[in-house]
Design a protein around this ligand. Structure first.
Ligand SMILES: [Zn+2]
Length: 212
């Protein structure tokens, strides 16, 4: 592996803003993907993934940020802009960015399931489609994929806890029905373990589960 970096400290700084946006998506219950659009080193617009909350299948982080930037600059083409996104773009977002004539797109983690910057196909490399937009990946990739992994691990734990709670409730009802525990006090709260994390094996890579 070469140590030569194709990106700068300013790229990493912009990607940190995109990662903050990804965290906003997480807080809204969406898959954590975030984006920021920069022009001459200045933030023009931000966006995070929100298809569930807005009932809009096109509301990927890139599209949300792109709409804000176009409105702000009153232009459907943004040739001086660069977009930073925490996950490799899908075909819809890639084409939208090319239509807008973005100067450059920088992404963090790859998406083996729907990424079109080299993972599934490489739309950006197709000269019939793209004459304008440079692309690079791998900027703070580890931070982005860790966030996605944690999001899906947390979601699995929540689903398991809800299932366990339902089972416990139905067995308590059955016991009460038989009067078996009459007179028995509930255990004091400090004896109930809190915050135990149940580790489950990774069944799928989180990225494979995206937008499926
Ligand atoms: Zn997309």
């Amino acid at each position: 592996m070469s140590d030569v970096k194709l990106y700068t400290a300013a790229d990493e700084q912009a990607m940190r803003i995109a990662l903050d946006q990804a965290h906003n998506a997480w807080l809204a219950g969406e898959v954590p993907v975030g984006a920021v659009i920069m022009r001459h080193g200045q933030v023009i617009a931000t966006g995070y993934n929100r298809p569930i909350t807005t009932h809009d299948p096109t509301a990927h982080a890139e599209i949300v940020a792109l709409r804000h930037a176009s409105q702000l600059l009153s232009n459907y083409r943004l040739p001086e802009c660069e977009l930073f996104v925490t996950l490799e773009p899908c075909a819809m977002c890639a084409m939208a960015l090319m239509h807008a004539r973005f100067k450059r797109v920088v992404f963090a983690a790859t998406d083996p399931k729907t990424g079109v910057a080299g993972s599934v196909i490489d739309l950006f490399a197709n000269r019939q489609l793209n004459h304008h937009t440079d692309i690079i990946g791998g900027v703070l990739a580890e931070a982005s994929s860790q966030m996605l992994k944690q999001f899906f691990a947390e979601r699995r734990t929540q689903i398991k806890a809800q299932r366990d709670e339902r089972r416990a409730a139905s067995s308590r009802q059955a016991l009460h029905g038989m009067d078996v525990i009459e007179g028995e006090a509930e255990p004091p709260l400090d004896l109930i373990p809190i915050g135990q994390v149940i580790e489950e094996p990774d069944q799928h890579s989180p990225i494979e589960m995206l937008r499926s």
